[in-house]
Every structure is written in structure tokens, then in C-alpha cells.
Design a protein around this ligand. Structure first.
Ligand SMILES: Nc1nc2c(ncn2[C@@H]2O[C@H](COP(=O)(O)OP(=O)(O)OP(=O)(O)O)[C@@H](O)[C@H]2O)c(=O)[nH]1
Ligand SMILES: [Zn+2]
Length: 360
């Protein structure tokens, strides 16, 4: 039918619905599943789900299951069966580690085993893409007439790692004189899937046929804007731009992947856990995330769109270098960017070096 949304657009709708607490349907040839994000679940919607009958389960990542001591039978996720009397506070306490230390023993849990987990995996992927806690209520449906007017997404597409690989389109670029260089220019890129835009700051007019001084910077509202001392992002951002200004040429990609791709709300949840004594990696795991949920391919794609094929990359993160080379951008040099260490972020930087392979 003309004007009908395609799968990418349906997935964008699904993300928005989940953020609002609206259920979404995942559909394949032989299955139907209703999903809701645990974080935005309301008591009224939970009652509606219960009224449909069947056996709702809470899908959580294996990382979260490890903290909950829930049995993981499905590799990267666990399916916790909802007890008959479980309300939203029970569900949210499973999804959110804020009170784990106060109430350590939430189980024992009955976990599903065997059968198909594609809808559960897709549900978790969608909650991550919506920058919510990675936990979802999943109910198998017998037919679509049980629910009406819900966004319905083909399961196969919702399953694949879709959220950070959508094609990016250049929207506009304009001159932007900066403190570090009057010859600044800002380019805006927009992904087809309605997710967040990313930016490139070009300093001077770097020739396209020699390696360009370049930085892939992930958004950090707290560090970049507020001057937070918990990380080194602000000094790295300004240090990279300064060096580009001094050399007269460079390109800084500002990627909207706040909190290593988990979003600001989840990063603040991680900070609250860090105040309970967990380090940056443990905090991500307790929330149910991997240490780093970013997809750096976006950066490589923007560089290629701008015509760059080789870079002198300003980073201490060897994974950024490896990813660049993997996507065909030559890294002729890694330029260390060691600025902004202080008493508040010393342990954070040491953890990144010890656990995430950052170079000191
Ligand atoms: N989840 C989480 N994210 C954090 C924390 N501290 C900082 N961040 C985020 O981490 C990202 C830092 O990214 P970058 O500085 O680009 O990357 P990096 O991996 O440290 O590598 P280089 O700086 O290039 O050496 C930003 O998105 C921050 O918001 C934290 O404790 N937890
Ligand atoms: Zn930061």
C-alpha cells in the first residue's frame, strides 16, 4: 500500500512506543509476541497483559541475570517467568539494579528453557535502542486479533543488530568560526532510522589525499558541557580541537553515543552504582549492558562520506583503531590524547586501562 511505513520506520516507531510504555508486537511467519519495556511499564498495562492470559516472562540480558542469580539457558539472555502475584515494582526491581544492595535476594526465579528466543532477543535489542534499561516483558500471542492498533514489526529485522548501522545522510554544513580556529565548519548527518544525528567538525581544509588528524568523540553531556571531573571527556574534546587548530587542519566527529551508547539516564544509573562502590565496567554489567555498547562504524562512515580514507587518530582506545582499519580507513598513526586526569577520575581511567584495554 502506498505511503505505508517500511520496516526501518516501524522499528523507529517501536522505539518511541516502548519509551512511552506502549506495547509493540513482533511478528514472524509462525509466531507473535507482545513486548513492553520493563522501565516504562505501568500497572494498568500490566493488568491488560495479564488479562490476555498465557505466560508472560521478563527477558533480561545474561549480564543482568548474573547479578540476579537467574539461570541463563539462552546464551546472552534469560527468561524469568512472572509469578502470578508479581506487580510492576517486582518487575522494575529486576530490571533496575538501584536497590540490589538493599534487597540482594530477589530470587529464586523460575526461568524458561528451550524453545525459540528470537522475540526475547529482539525485545532486549529494542529496549537498548530506545536507551531504556535492557529488560522487556514478553508474552506470546496466539493471534493478532488479541491486540489492535499496535506497532507491528517483522521479527527478523527487529532481531538483527539494526540500531546503529542505519545509512547516514549529510543534511547541511555551514561555516562555524571557533576559538581554536576561525576556519571551522560543522556538518550534520542524519540516520535513516530516525535515531540521533551525529556531527563532524572540520577545521581548515584538510586535503583528502593525506592522513587527516582526526578524533572520534562520543557525546558526554556531563564532561563536555558541565565540566564533570568524573571522566576526561571535556579536556579530550577541547584538547583535540586545540591541536587541530594549531595544525590548521583536522576533523572531529561528535557521535551522539552518550554513556558509551547507553544514554544519559542509564549513564547516571551507572554513576549511582559507582557511588555504591562498583567500577565503570561493573556498573554497566549490573545494569545489564556490555562495557561498551557503541558502534564505531558510524564514525568511519562519516569520514568516508567526507572523502577521507586515512587518519591520524587521536585516541587511547585500541578498539577505535581496530574498527577503523576493519572498515577500510587506514590509521597511519595513533595520536595519544592524555589530558584531564584528576583525583576524581584517576580510578576510572585506571579501570579503563585494566579492563577495557585503554593505553595509559
Ligand atoms: N556507561 C558509562 N559511560 C561513561 C562513563 N564515563 C564516561 N562515559 C562515556 O564514555 C564515553 C567516552 O568516550 P570517548 O572518550 O570517546 O572514548 P574512549 O573509549 O574513552 O576512548 P578515547 O577517549 O578515544 O581514548 C562518553 O560517551 C561518555 O559519556 C561511565 O562511567 N559509564
Ligand atoms: Zn565523559
Amino acid at each position: 500500500m502506498a505511503l505505508r511505513p517500511n520496516t526501518t520506520e516501524l522499528i523507529a516507531r517501536a522505539r518511541a512506543d516502548l519509551r512511552m510504555g506502549v506495547p509493540v508486537v513482533l511478528q514472524s511467519a509462525d509466531r507473535l509476541a507482545l513486548i513492553l519495556a520493563a522501565e516504562t511499564l505501568s500497572a494498568a498495562r500490566l493488568a491488560d497483559v495479564r488479562a490476555l492470559g498465557g505466560k508472560p516472562v521478563l527477558a533480561v540480558t545474561a549480564r543482568r541475570a548474573e547479578t540476579l542469580k537467574a539461570q541463563v539457558y539462552d546464551g546472552d539472555l534469560a527468561r524469568i517467568v512472572l509469578p502470578k502475584d508479581a506487580g510492576i515494582s517486582w518487575i522494575q526491581a529486576l530490571a533496575d539494579p538501584a536497590d540490589d544492595l538493599r534487597m540482594p535476594m530477589k530470587g529464586p526465579f523460575e526461568c524458561d528453557r528451550g524453545g525459540d528466543v528470537a522475540s526475547h532477543r529482539a525485545a532486549i535489542n529494542l529496549t537498548k535502542a530506545a536507551r531504556l534499561l535492557p529488560a522487556a516483558l514478553v508474552l506470546e500471542l496466539s493471534d493478532l486479533s488479541q491486540v489492535t492498533d499496535l506497532t507491528t514489526v517483522p521479527l527478523a529485522e527487529a532481531c538483527s543488530g539494526f540500531h546503529d548501522t542505519s545509512p547516514l545522510h549529510s543534511v547541511i554544513s555551514a561555516r562555524l568560526p571557533l576559538e581554536v580556529s576561525e576556519a571551522g565548519r560543522l556538518h550534520v548527518f542524519r540516520p535513516e532510522d530516525g535515531a540521533e544525528e551525529h556531527y563532524a567538525v572540520e577545521i581548515g581544509q584538510p586535503p583528502r589525499d593525506v592522513p587527516v588528524l582526526s578524533r572520534l568523540h562520543s557525546a558526554c553531556f556531563t564532561g563536555d558541557l558541565l565540566g564533570s571531573l568524573k571522566c576526561d571527556c571535556g579536556p579530550q574534546l577541547r584538547g583535540a580541537l586545540r591541536q587541530m587548530g594549531e595544525e590548521g587542519a583536522g576533523v572531529l566527529l561528535y557521535l551522539n553515543q552518550e554513556g558509551r551508547g547507553i544514554g544519559l539516564a542509564n549513564k547516571m544509573r551507572a554513576y549511582a552504582l559507582q557511588d555504591q562502590g562498583f567500577d565503570t565496567v561493573e556498573a554497566n554489567h549490573r545494569l545489564g549492558f556490555e562495557d561498551d555498547e557503541r558502534d564505531f562504524r558510524i564514525g568511519a562512515e562519516i569520514l568516508k562520506t567526507l572523502g577521507f580514507l586515512s587518519v591520524r587518530l587521536m585516541t587511547n582506545n585500541p578498539k577505535k583503531v581496530a574498527m577503523m582499519e576493519h572498515t577500510g580507513i587506514v590509521v597511519t598513526e595513533r595520536v595519544p590524547l592524555k589530558v584531564g586526569e584528576n583525583i576524581h577520575n584517576k580510578a576510572y581511567l585506571a579501570t579503563k586501562a585494566r579492563k577495557s584495554g585503554h593505553l595509559l
